[in-house]
Design a protein around this ligand. Structure first.
Ligand SMILES: [Zn+2]
Ligand SMILES: [Zn+2]
Length: 316
């Protein structure tokens, strides 16, 4: 009798634990800061006490990212005229696809969106209306686009800012997998690439389109805003990768819960078929990890299955 009571207590304690952590998952290693590309991080990576989203007190790697990738150029974004070809422009994401924002594509927007109010260019000159100043960038590169920038192709340049925004990343040194996932909030971050560029939640394309603007991405799936500088809304294969020796797709970054983020496809083009709702699965080499969404999905990860650290803007 006494023994079964003790057993019952032990089982309930286990059951309680399983509400916050899933002990069944294999955690192999943790983030490896040495895998970030040279120049991706400003200053040192420190290890500091931190509290994760599930209120676990643990240690985190803390570092400041450079706000611009050291390993690829930024842009181009918007076309300047209605004849600009694909190699002089960036991307737009719609209908699970990416589209080159060519001059010709801009002239077809009213048809593309079945809305005659689209007019991103001047009929007489063929010039595309592009935000080309810091003021225009600040007024247009936000979900509530200022009225005067209706019908603009929106782009910002890091040159508008004296120094890139300071973005501090905290990710757990040992990731903790939870039994339930949490969706990536609109103002939260997904993770950080090995090139030190923040992976953002989906771009708010409905708000952007409601203002008849195109917030152009470059071919790397990134663009600039005044808050985090250059950031990604898609992973298109531009940024630093850490190859895997077993045929698995390369590591491209870390989610803010500390789990690795890998390219969608392996070298042979295959994509995993056993991913959970967050794009994660587990294997014996990497433990639990994510595979990022296709560029056209406007969603790098839908959710996190781990207790998350944080990404803060403004040096705090
Ligand atoms: Zn953005
Ligand atoms: Zn995998």
């Amino acid at each position: 009798m006494k023994h079964s009571l003790i057993l019952l207590v032990a089982v309930s304690a286990l059951a309680c634990n399983r509400k916050t952590t899933d002990t069944a998952v294999t955690v192999i290693g943790g983030p490896d800061p040495s895998l970030f590309a040279a120049g991706a991080i400003v200053g040192d990576v420190t290890t500091e006490p931190c509290r994760l989203s599930n209120r676990t007190d643990t240690t985190c790697y803390v570092f400041t990212v450079a706000g611009k990738p050291p390993d690829h150029d930024i842009g181009p974004f918007c076309p300047r005229t209605i004849t600009d070809p694909a190699d002089r422009v960036g991307l737009w994401i719609e209908n699970q696809q990416t589209y080159d924002i060519t001059g010709k594509w801009v002239t077809e927007l009213a048809t593309f969106y079945n809305d005659p109010a689209w007019q991103l260019y001047e009929e007489a000159t063929g010039k595309v209306r592009v935000t080309d100043s810091k003021e225009a960038c600040e007024a247009a590169a936000r979900p509530d686009v200022a009225d005067e920038y209706n019908n603009y192709c929106v782009e910002c340049s890091l040159d508008y800012f004296d120094s890139p925004p300071v973005v501090t990343v905290r990710i757990p040194t040992t990731p903790i997998k939870l039994t339930t996932s949490s969706p990536v909030g609109r103002d939260a971050k997904v993770g950080v690439s090995l090139s030190g560029v923040v992976y953002e939640p989906p771009a708010p394309t409905h708000a952007i389109l409601a203002a008849h603007t195109i917030a152009a991405f470059d071919d790397c799936g990134g663009h600039v805003n005044p808050h985090v500088g250059y950031h990604y809304h898609a992973a298109t294969g531009c940024s630093a990768e850490h190859a895997q020796t077993d045929g698995h797709s390369p590591l491209i970054g870390y989610a803010i819960d500390g789990f690795g983020m890998y390219a969608r496809h392996t070298g042979t083009g295959a994509a995993p078929t056993d991913l959970d709702a967050c794009g994660g699965h587990e294997d014996t080499v990497r433990g639990y990890h994510y595979h990022v969404g296709e560029p056209g999905e406007n969603q790098i990860l839908a959710c996190h299955f781990g207790a998350t650290g944080s990404v803060t803007e403004g040096g705090s």
